[in-house]
Write a protein that binds this ligand. Structure first.
Ligand SMILES: NCc1[nH]cc(CCC(=O)O)c1CC(=O)O
Ligand SMILES: [Mg+2]
Length: 350
């Protein structure tokens, strides 16, 4: 019998074992792997619940839980249901949740006006969660793509993104979210100068303690596909985001982007996507030594979930291994749709 996960390899009958003289080895790295206790003793990195940020999708209505087709196991939830999942997060000791709205097409326009509406879905959700579970961290994405009719993160004129005009709107979006009780503002838009402008806006309004987690090195990636389905911007999106999101070929540029966001006041930085960009996570962490996060994005989740559902992967093991890999690369935490499943697994393991 060959290797079966979790079980020792069967010892072969000694009579059939080929006679071989022992190798003259002083150092045998396998000694430290001989038993579970020995492996635990030399383990360099561990994943804990403290490392998890749980992204959730919110929709209008009540008592709604709508499956996202391209993300098996992930649902869009109405506000009352998100509050239930926030409770689940709190019970599982997950420190922070992240909110993403699905906006009805009728509320989308060219300017993403709904983004700055203090009564928009995200703001309502933050207030509802904070009322019942003030102890859980709430992170809100800042970008216009859930709200624009063209699906871009910024304002557009003649097919061009208007950087500075967009930044002014993002400041307004950040302010309504902070006002609603959001703890962490997370700009994902990749406009230049937005971190500084948002910090200034928050401070001027008295939100001195609202943190900023900058999507600092965010790449123009194919792995966001299922997310765009989930928030309903896939159909809306015209063209691509390559004039603002980074070229997957670049790494020095990520360092410059992170350096700028830190100088402008980011408290934490993020690399996105996650698994294909662990080299960037490592470089950022080593260069700056600041709280560094990674986003295991929708496409990464979909790949593992789909393979597991097909019986091609052991889903739980692939999930836990992928999350541990972020820790090994130097991440302080991971935004992951696996957060509740991973937290449950960690709890079982004690
Ligand atoms: N700016 C919006 C945003 N915030 C997070 C994601 C992707 C998250 C995921 O794929 O899980 C995106 C999509 C995009 O930039 O097109
Ligand atoms: Mg930047």
């Amino acid at each position: 019998m060959a290797i079966k996960f979790g079980r020792p390899i069967e010892i072969r009958d000694p009579s059939t074992r080929p006679a071989a003289p022992p190798l003259d080895l002083t150092i045998r790295p396998r000694r430290n792997r001989k038993t579970e206790w020995a492996r635990r003793l030399v383990r360099e990195n561990v994943l804990t619940t403290d490392d998890l940020i749980w992204p959730m999708f919110v929709i209008d209505g009540t008592n709604q839980r709508v499956q996202v087709a391209s993300m098996p196991g992930v649902e869009r939830l109405s506000v009352d249901q998100i509050v239930r999942d926030a409770e689940r997060a709190a019970k599982l000791d997950i420190p922070c949740i992240a909110l993403f709205p699905f906006t009805e097409p009728s509320l989308r326009d060219e300017h993403g006006t709904e983004a700055s509406n203090p009564e928009n879905l995200v703001c309502k959700t933050v207030r509802a969660i904070k009322k019942e579970f003030p102890q859980i961290g709430v992170l809100c994405d800042v970008a216009l793509d859930p709200y624009t009719s063209h699906g871009h993160d910024g304002l557009i004129e003649d097919g061009r993104i208007l950087n500075d005009e967009t930044v002014a709107v993002l400041v307004q979006q950040s302010l309504v979210q902070a006002e609603a009780g959001c703890d962490v503002i997370a700009p994902s838009d990749m406009m230049d100068g937005r971190i500084g402008a948002i910090r200034e806006g928050l401070d001027a309004a008295g939100f001195l303690d609202v943190q900023i987690m900058a999507y600092a090195a965010k790449y123009a990636s194919a792995f966001y596909g299922p997310f765009r389905d989930a928030i309903g911007s896939a159909k809306a999106l015209t063209g691509d985001k390559r004039t603002y999101q980074m070229d997957p070929a670049n790494t020095d540029e990520a360092i410059r982007e992170v350096e700028l966001d830190l100088a402008e006041g980011a408290d934490m930085v993020m690399v996105k996507p996650g698994m294909p960009y662990l080299d960037i996570v490592r470089r950022v962490k080593e260069t700056f030594g600041v709280p560094t996060f990674a986003y295991q994005v929708s496409g990464e989740y979909a790949m593992i979930a789909a393979a597991a559902n097909n019986g091609w992967l052991d889903g739980d093991r692939a999930m836990m291994e992928s999350l541990l890999a972020f820790k090994r690369a130097g991440a302080n935490g991971v935004l992951t749709y696996f957060a509740p499943a991973a937290a449950e697994k960690l709890r079982q393991q004690g």
